[in-house]
Design a protein around this ligand. Sequence first.
Ligand SMILES: C[S@@+](CC[C@H](N)C(=O)[O-])C[C@H]1O[C@@H](n2cnc3c(N)ncnc32)[C@H](O)[C@@H]1O
Length: 292
Amino acid sequence: MSLLLDEIALATARLAEAGVESPRADAELIAAQIHNVKRSGLHLVPDAEFDATFWVDISRRANREPLQHITGRAYFRYLELDVGPGVFVPRPETEVMTGWAIDRLHHMDVSSPVVVDLGTGSGAIALAIAQEVPRARVHAVEADPLARPWTERNIERLAAAAPYTKGRVTLHGGDFADCLHELDGQVDLVVSNPPYIPLGAGVPPEVGEYDPPAALWGGADGLDAIRVVERVARRLLRPGGLVAVEHGAPQGAAVYWVFPEEAGWRDTRNHKDLTRRDRFVTATWPGDRPDV
Ligand SMILES: C[S@@+](CC[C@H](N)C(=O)[O-])C[C@H]1O[C@@H](n2cnc3c(N)ncnc32)[C@H](O)[C@@H]1O
Protein backbone atom coordinates (compact mmCIF):
# COMPACT_ATOMS: atom_id res chain seq x y z
CA MET A 1 0.00 0.00 0.00
CA SER A 2 1.19 3.55 -0.68
CA LEU A 3 1.99 5.91 2.16
CA LEU A 4 -0.96 8.10 1.25
CA LEU A 5 -3.39 5.16 1.30
CA ASP A 6 -1.97 4.07 4.68
CA GLU A 7 -2.50 7.56 6.03
CA ILE A 8 -6.03 7.71 4.64
CA ALA A 9 -6.86 4.37 6.29
CA LEU A 10 -5.53 5.61 9.65
CA ALA A 11 -7.38 8.90 9.27
CA THR A 12 -10.59 7.05 8.43
CA ALA A 13 -10.32 5.08 11.69
CA ARG A 14 -9.67 8.31 13.63
CA LEU A 15 -12.70 10.07 12.11
CA ALA A 16 -14.94 7.04 12.66
CA GLU A 17 -13.93 7.00 16.33
CA ALA A 18 -14.80 10.71 16.57
CA GLY A 19 -18.32 9.95 15.31
CA VAL A 20 -17.95 11.44 11.82
CA GLU A 21 -20.71 10.03 9.60
CA SER A 22 -18.71 9.43 6.39
CA PRO A 23 -15.12 8.97 7.64
CA ARG A 24 -13.55 7.43 4.52
CA ALA A 25 -15.06 9.97 2.14
CA ASP A 26 -14.04 12.88 4.38
CA ALA A 27 -10.46 11.60 4.77
CA GLU A 28 -10.17 11.19 0.99
CA LEU A 29 -11.71 14.58 0.23
CA ILE A 30 -9.33 16.29 2.66
CA ALA A 31 -6.35 14.52 1.03
CA ALA A 32 -7.64 15.37 -2.46
CA GLN A 33 -8.01 19.05 -1.54
CA ILE A 34 -4.46 19.20 -0.15
CA HIS A 35 -2.98 17.57 -3.24
CA ASN A 36 -5.19 19.53 -5.60
CA VAL A 37 -6.60 16.47 -7.31
CA LYS A 38 -10.06 15.00 -7.58
CA ARG A 39 -10.87 12.21 -5.11
CA SER A 40 -10.61 9.73 -8.00
CA GLY A 41 -7.08 10.98 -8.74
CA LEU A 42 -5.60 10.25 -5.31
CA HIS A 43 -3.82 7.13 -6.58
CA LEU A 44 -1.74 9.42 -8.83
CA VAL A 45 -0.24 11.37 -5.90
CA PRO A 46 3.41 10.27 -5.45
CA ASP A 47 4.33 9.12 -1.92
CA ALA A 48 7.12 11.69 -1.85
CA GLU A 49 4.47 14.38 -1.91
CA PHE A 50 2.65 13.24 1.22
CA ASP A 51 1.79 16.42 3.06
CA ALA A 52 1.77 16.65 6.86
CA THR A 53 -0.97 19.31 6.83
CA PHE A 54 -3.24 16.34 6.13
CA TRP A 55 -3.13 15.45 9.83
CA VAL A 56 -3.85 19.02 10.89
CA ASP A 57 -7.01 18.97 8.79
CA ILE A 58 -7.95 15.48 9.99
CA SER A 59 -7.71 16.73 13.60
CA ARG A 60 -10.05 19.61 12.76
CA ARG A 61 -12.53 17.17 11.24
CA ALA A 62 -12.17 14.83 14.24
CA ASN A 63 -13.17 17.85 16.37
CA ARG A 64 -16.32 17.86 14.23
CA GLU A 65 -15.55 21.00 12.24
CA PRO A 66 -17.54 20.64 8.99
CA LEU A 67 -15.60 19.25 6.04
CA GLN A 68 -16.69 22.26 3.97
CA HIS A 69 -15.13 24.70 6.46
CA ILE A 70 -11.86 22.80 6.25
CA THR A 71 -11.79 22.66 2.45
CA GLY A 72 -13.47 26.09 2.12
CA ARG A 73 -15.78 24.70 -0.54
CA ALA A 74 -19.28 23.33 -0.91
CA TYR A 75 -20.74 21.73 -4.00
CA PHE A 76 -24.36 22.43 -4.90
CA ARG A 77 -25.84 21.15 -8.16
CA TYR A 78 -23.33 22.47 -10.77
CA LEU A 79 -21.86 25.13 -8.47
CA GLU A 80 -18.68 25.28 -6.44
CA LEU A 81 -19.31 27.73 -3.59
CA ASP A 82 -16.98 29.43 -1.10
CA VAL A 83 -18.13 28.76 2.47
CA GLY A 84 -16.72 29.16 5.96
CA PRO A 85 -17.46 30.65 9.37
CA GLY A 86 -20.55 32.88 9.30
CA VAL A 87 -22.48 31.17 6.52
CA PHE A 88 -24.73 28.12 6.35
CA VAL A 89 -23.23 25.17 4.45
CA PRO A 90 -25.66 24.25 1.65
CA ARG A 91 -27.07 20.72 1.86
CA PRO A 92 -27.91 18.12 -0.80
CA GLU A 93 -31.58 18.07 0.33
CA THR A 94 -31.96 21.61 -0.96
CA GLU A 95 -30.77 20.58 -4.42
CA VAL A 96 -34.04 18.73 -4.98
CA MET A 97 -36.23 21.77 -4.22
CA THR A 98 -33.94 23.94 -6.34
CA GLY A 99 -34.30 21.43 -9.18
CA TRP A 100 -38.08 21.66 -8.89
CA ALA A 101 -37.87 25.47 -9.12
CA ILE A 102 -35.52 25.31 -12.13
CA ASP A 103 -37.79 22.87 -13.90
CA ARG A 104 -40.85 25.06 -13.34
CA LEU A 105 -38.98 28.15 -14.55
CA HIS A 106 -37.98 26.33 -17.74
CA HIS A 107 -41.64 25.60 -18.41
CA MET A 108 -42.89 29.10 -17.57
CA ASP A 109 -44.14 31.11 -20.51
CA VAL A 110 -42.38 34.27 -19.31
CA SER A 111 -39.49 35.90 -21.20
CA SER A 112 -37.42 36.83 -18.13
CA PRO A 113 -38.81 35.26 -14.96
CA VAL A 114 -38.34 37.15 -11.71
CA VAL A 115 -37.25 34.95 -8.79
CA VAL A 116 -36.82 35.79 -5.10
CA ASP A 117 -34.70 33.61 -2.76
CA LEU A 118 -35.59 34.39 0.88
CA GLY A 119 -32.63 33.74 3.22
CA THR A 120 -29.97 33.14 0.58
CA GLY A 121 -26.93 32.37 2.79
CA SER A 122 -24.07 31.36 0.46
CA GLY A 123 -26.37 32.11 -2.48
CA ALA A 124 -26.70 28.41 -3.32
CA ILE A 125 -30.33 28.43 -4.52
CA ALA A 126 -30.20 31.86 -6.17
CA LEU A 127 -26.97 31.11 -8.04
CA ALA A 128 -28.03 27.63 -9.16
CA ILE A 129 -31.15 29.21 -10.65
CA ALA A 130 -29.11 31.96 -12.35
CA GLN A 131 -26.70 29.36 -13.72
CA GLU A 132 -29.34 26.96 -15.00
CA VAL A 133 -32.04 29.42 -16.09
CA PRO A 134 -30.06 32.11 -17.93
CA ARG A 135 -33.22 34.16 -18.63
CA ALA A 136 -34.02 34.55 -14.91
CA ARG A 137 -33.48 37.65 -12.79
CA VAL A 138 -32.84 36.59 -9.23
CA HIS A 139 -33.21 38.66 -6.06
CA ALA A 140 -31.45 37.11 -3.07
CA VAL A 141 -32.37 38.37 0.42
CA GLU A 142 -30.17 37.85 3.48
CA ALA A 143 -30.36 39.46 6.94
CA ASP A 144 -27.10 38.18 8.42
CA PRO A 145 -24.19 40.61 7.84
CA LEU A 146 -21.68 37.80 8.45
CA ALA A 147 -23.22 35.68 5.70
CA ARG A 148 -23.49 38.39 3.04
CA PRO A 149 -19.74 38.67 2.20
CA TRP A 150 -19.88 34.97 1.30
CA THR A 151 -22.91 35.57 -0.93
CA GLU A 152 -21.12 38.44 -2.64
CA ARG A 153 -18.02 36.33 -3.22
CA ASN A 154 -20.08 33.55 -4.73
CA ILE A 155 -22.01 35.94 -6.99
CA GLU A 156 -18.68 37.29 -8.29
CA ARG A 157 -17.21 33.83 -8.63
CA LEU A 158 -20.14 32.62 -10.76
CA ALA A 159 -20.11 35.81 -12.85
CA ALA A 160 -16.45 35.12 -13.66
CA ALA A 161 -17.14 31.48 -14.59
CA ALA A 162 -20.48 32.13 -16.33
CA PRO A 163 -20.52 35.76 -17.57
CA TYR A 164 -24.17 35.49 -18.66
CA THR A 165 -25.12 35.56 -14.94
CA LYS A 166 -23.42 38.96 -14.44
CA GLY A 167 -25.94 41.51 -13.20
CA ARG A 168 -28.73 38.93 -13.05
CA VAL A 169 -28.37 38.15 -9.33
CA THR A 170 -28.94 40.99 -6.86
CA LEU A 171 -28.22 40.66 -3.15
CA HIS A 172 -30.50 42.59 -0.80
CA GLY A 173 -29.55 42.99 2.87
CA GLY A 174 -32.26 42.93 5.53
CA ASP A 175 -35.12 40.98 7.02
CA PHE A 176 -37.12 39.08 4.42
CA ALA A 177 -40.32 39.82 6.37
CA ASP A 178 -40.20 43.33 4.93
CA CYS A 179 -38.27 42.96 1.68
CA LEU A 180 -38.66 44.03 -1.94
CA HIS A 181 -41.96 45.95 -1.75
CA GLU A 182 -41.11 47.35 -5.18
CA LEU A 183 -41.71 43.85 -6.60
CA ASP A 184 -45.11 43.30 -4.94
CA GLY A 185 -47.40 41.29 -7.23
CA GLN A 186 -44.69 40.88 -9.92
CA VAL A 187 -42.63 37.89 -8.87
CA ASP A 188 -42.88 34.61 -10.81
CA LEU A 189 -41.34 32.34 -8.18
CA VAL A 190 -40.44 32.65 -4.49
CA VAL A 191 -38.11 30.01 -3.09
CA SER A 192 -36.75 29.63 0.42
CA ASN A 193 -34.80 27.33 2.66
CA PRO A 194 -35.52 29.20 5.90
CA PRO A 195 -34.45 28.23 9.44
CA TYR A 196 -36.83 25.46 10.52
CA ILE A 197 -35.35 23.49 13.43
CA PRO A 198 -37.59 23.61 16.54
CA LEU A 199 -35.90 25.30 19.50
CA GLY A 200 -34.29 22.76 21.78
CA ALA A 201 -33.99 20.02 19.14
CA GLY A 202 -30.68 18.12 19.21
CA VAL A 203 -28.29 18.72 16.30
CA PRO A 204 -24.82 17.30 15.51
CA PRO A 205 -21.78 19.42 16.51
CA GLU A 206 -21.07 20.31 12.84
CA VAL A 207 -24.46 22.04 12.80
CA GLY A 208 -24.87 23.44 16.32
CA GLU A 209 -21.33 24.78 16.64
CA TYR A 210 -20.64 25.94 13.09
CA ASP A 211 -23.81 26.84 11.16
CA PRO A 212 -25.01 30.34 12.13
CA PRO A 213 -27.89 30.26 14.67
CA ALA A 214 -30.01 32.49 12.40
CA ALA A 215 -29.86 29.74 9.77
CA LEU A 216 -31.13 27.04 12.09
CA TRP A 217 -33.75 27.88 14.67
CA GLY A 218 -37.39 28.39 13.69
CA GLY A 219 -39.12 28.99 17.04
CA ALA A 220 -40.99 26.55 19.29
CA ASP A 221 -42.44 24.42 16.47
CA GLY A 222 -39.79 25.33 13.89
CA LEU A 223 -42.36 27.01 11.65
CA ASP A 224 -41.94 30.71 12.57
CA ALA A 225 -39.88 31.63 9.50
CA ILE A 226 -41.96 29.41 7.20
CA ARG A 227 -45.08 31.36 8.24
CA VAL A 228 -43.26 34.58 7.34
CA VAL A 229 -42.26 33.11 3.96
CA GLU A 230 -45.95 32.34 3.32
CA ARG A 231 -46.97 35.95 4.05
CA VAL A 232 -44.16 37.42 1.96
CA ALA A 233 -44.81 35.06 -0.97
CA ARG A 234 -48.48 36.05 -0.92
CA ARG A 235 -47.46 39.71 -1.23
CA LEU A 236 -44.74 39.25 -3.87
CA LEU A 237 -46.23 36.71 -6.28
CA ARG A 238 -48.06 37.68 -9.45
CA PRO A 239 -51.25 35.78 -10.30
CA GLY A 240 -50.16 32.24 -11.18
CA GLY A 241 -46.82 32.65 -9.39
CA LEU A 242 -45.25 29.76 -7.46
CA VAL A 243 -43.70 29.29 -4.03
CA ALA A 244 -41.40 26.51 -2.79
CA VAL A 245 -40.28 26.25 0.82
CA GLU A 246 -38.03 23.68 2.46
CA HIS A 247 -38.81 22.16 5.86
CA GLY A 248 -37.66 19.39 8.20
CA ALA A 249 -38.69 15.80 7.46
CA PRO A 250 -41.35 15.58 10.22
CA GLN A 251 -42.93 18.95 9.29
CA GLY A 252 -44.56 18.01 5.95
CA ALA A 253 -48.17 17.92 7.19
CA ALA A 254 -47.81 21.08 9.29
CA VAL A 255 -46.21 23.09 6.47
CA TYR A 256 -48.91 21.93 4.03
CA TRP A 257 -51.42 23.74 6.26
CA VAL A 258 -49.36 26.94 6.24
CA PHE A 259 -50.49 27.26 2.57
CA PRO A 260 -54.25 26.54 2.81
CA GLU A 261 -56.94 27.19 0.21
CA GLU A 262 -58.69 29.41 2.76
CA ALA A 263 -55.77 31.85 2.50
CA GLY A 264 -56.04 31.80 -1.29
CA TRP A 265 -53.39 29.19 -2.14
CA ARG A 266 -54.04 26.55 -4.80
CA ASP A 267 -52.39 23.25 -5.66
CA THR A 268 -50.45 22.97 -2.38
CA ARG A 269 -48.23 19.87 -2.51
CA ASN A 270 -45.72 17.98 -0.39
CA HIS A 271 -42.49 16.85 -2.05
CA LYS A 272 -39.83 14.37 -0.92
CA ASP A 273 -36.04 14.56 -1.00
CA LEU A 274 -33.66 11.93 -2.39
CA THR A 275 -34.04 9.82 0.76
CA ARG A 276 -37.85 9.83 0.23
CA ARG A 277 -38.51 12.01 3.26
CA ASP A 278 -40.91 14.98 3.17
CA ARG A 279 -38.68 17.99 2.42
CA PHE A 280 -40.51 20.85 0.73
CA VAL A 281 -43.93 22.27 0.00
CA THR A 282 -44.98 24.10 -3.15
CA ALA A 283 -48.11 26.12 -3.89
CA THR A 284 -49.58 28.41 -6.55
CA TRP A 285 -50.87 31.91 -5.93
CA PRO A 286 -53.90 32.31 -8.19
CA GLY A 287 -54.31 36.01 -7.58
CA ASP A 288 -57.85 36.20 -6.26
CA ARG A 289 -56.55 37.54 -2.96
CA PRO A 290 -58.94 37.11 -0.05
CA ASP A 291 -58.72 39.56 2.86
CA VAL A 292 -56.69 37.46 5.28
C1 LIG B 1 -31.04 27.41 6.33
S1 LIG B 1 -30.13 28.80 5.78
C2 LIG B 1 -30.29 28.60 4.02
C3 LIG B 1 -29.24 29.27 3.21
C4 LIG B 1 -29.29 28.94 1.71
N1 LIG B 1 -30.52 29.40 1.13
C5 LIG B 1 -29.16 27.45 1.51
O1 LIG B 1 -30.16 26.79 1.18
O2 LIG B 1 -28.06 26.92 1.67
C6 LIG B 1 -31.28 30.13 6.13
C7 LIG B 1 -30.75 31.51 5.79
O3 LIG B 1 -31.79 32.46 6.02
C8 LIG B 1 -31.26 33.60 6.68
N2 LIG B 1 -32.38 34.22 7.40
C9 LIG B 1 -33.05 33.71 8.47
N3 LIG B 1 -34.06 34.53 8.83
C10 LIG B 1 -34.03 35.58 7.97
C11 LIG B 1 -34.83 36.75 7.82
N4 LIG B 1 -35.86 37.00 8.64
N5 LIG B 1 -34.53 37.60 6.83
C12 LIG B 1 -33.48 37.36 5.98
N6 LIG B 1 -32.69 36.27 6.07
C13 LIG B 1 -32.96 35.38 7.05
C14 LIG B 1 -30.19 33.04 7.57
O4 LIG B 1 -29.27 34.05 7.97
C15 LIG B 1 -29.59 31.97 6.67
O5 LIG B 1 -28.56 32.49 5.87
